[in-house]
Design a protein around this ligand. Structure first.
Ligand SMILES: Cc1ncc(COP(=O)(O)O)c(C=O)c1O
Length: 393
């Protein structure tokens, strides 16, 4: 690692493209650049075959059938298609979402609410609870029974790492005849996912969160046991079974297929690796920084992503600390990358009951399977130096 390379611990925002993934994409930019929709010549049919093989790889990695996978531009688009597409078929029911969902979910739901949809936002367990960020399933049951058409729950939270019990949630949702959408953006490569056994009706995925390229994602739309119907939100050439018109990003789709294949092949080893390094980082920080506090569920709760660490350092402003860390070579963040252009205090930490001051003193680290012990040691040293220079330790 060169001295100028920052230690990259912002893997919830995005991950490094795996060199193997990159290799798999190159021919689809250079030699085989045909449109997957061009059936009249060999360059088009080769692109189509590559897309279909990637679709199978993505499906295999998430426990779906290939015909249940629709390629999109990323999890944001998948989430929008799932929620707006499902609601457009059943506009009279209510939509239920936990308060700690990603803005991709919260904002589309808010937009639909302006158009007349009834929305119920469910609180989560507070910071002092056994598992902060967890859903109370009795409360969920009570809320869903009031004429719900769709529930959207993330598999795992992108800020504090809380993993939700999707199968149990699916049982509740289905017992009232509603549909369940699961935002799996942060789960691939960190958790085992089988959409069929989980009971998801719709599930959103992104390639760039698991060492794939940016700008490509997928939506799972259940077609086994029962057929889930949604309305398209983008119109045009009728690609992706009419659910997502637009020329497919063939290199991106190929890269996503390889990234998902690698993520599932390496899941057991990489999740253990990340959990060990995350514990190491936490232990080093606890020893060095008085008063440092963990936001989110304990590591041994079994319901926290193995790569997530979110900490509160009393007396230190998070954005000042992040700027200093960036200067001395650590890339971390305050929360969701998607809202960092318009910084507002994290709605996730506020939902746990942290005060605005506590939220401002919190920062998030995200590890990946590529993170090394050397990087963790360096990050810890640099963080201690930054905290010292800002005057708390
Ligand atoms: C939980 C969650 N959902 C959705 C998204 C949006 O993903 P994409 O960047 O692929 O649009 C993100 C990205 O941070 C996320 O963490």
């Amino acid at each position: 690692m060169s001295n100028n390379t920052p230690v990259y611990l912002d893997n919830h925002a995005t991950t490094r493209v795996d060199p193997d993934v990159f290799e798999s994409m190159i021919p689809w930019f250079t030699d085989n650049y045909g449109n997957a929709g061009s059936g009249t010549h060999v360059m088009g049919t080769a692109a189509r075959d590559a897309v279909e093989s990637a679709r199978q790889r993505v499906a295999d990695a998430v426990g779906a059938a290939a015909r249940e996978i629709i390629f999109t531009s990323g999890a944001t688009e998948s989430v929008n298609l799932a929620i707006a597409g499902a609601v457009s078929r059943q506009p009279s029911g209510q939509c239920v979402v936990p308060e700690t969902e990603h803005v991709a979910v919260l904002d589309v739901v808010e937009q639909l609410e302006r158009q007349g949809l009834s929305v119920c936002r469910v609180p989560v367990a507070a910071k002092d609870a056994e598992t902060p960020g967890a859903l109370d399933l009795n409360l969920l049951d009570e809320v869903v029974r009031r004429g719900t058409c769709l529930v959207s729950v993330m598999f795992a939270n992108n800020e504090i790492g809380t993993v939700h019990p999707i199968s149990a949630i699916a049982d509740i949702v289905h017992s009232y005849g509603a549909l369940l959408h699961v935002d799996c953006a942060q789960a691939i490569g960190n958790c085992s996912i089988d959409v069929t056994t989980l009971g998801a009706d719709l599930a959103s995925f992104s390639a760039h969160k698991c060492h794939g390229p940016k700008g490509v994602g997928a939506l799972y739309v259940r077609r086994q046991q029962r057929i889930v119907r949604i309305d398209p939100q983008v119109f045009g050439g009728g690609q992706e079974r009419g659910l997502r018109s637009g020329t497919l990003n063939v290199p991106g789709v190929v890269g996503m297929g390889r990234a998902f294949e690698l993520a599932s092949e390496q899941l057991v080893v990489s999740s253990k690796h990340m959990a060990v390094l995350r514990a190491k980082l936490w232990n080093l920080l606890v020893d060095a920084i008085p008063g440092i506090h963990l936001n989110g569920p304990p590591f041994d709760s079994g319901v926290r992503l193995p790569n997530n660490l979110n900490v509160l350092i009393p007396g230190i402003d998070g954005s000042t600390l992040l700027a200093e860390l960036s200067r001395i070579g650590v890339a971390a963040s305050a929360g969701s990358a998607c809202s960092s252009e318009q910084p507002r205090p994290s709605h996730v930490l506020l939902a746990l009951g942290l005060s605005e001051d506590e939220v401002r003193q919190s920062i998030r680290f995200g590890l990946s399977r590529m993170t090394t012990l050397e990087e963790i040691q360096l990050a810890s040293e640099r963080l201690q130096a930054a905290v010292q220079s800002l005057g708390a330790a």
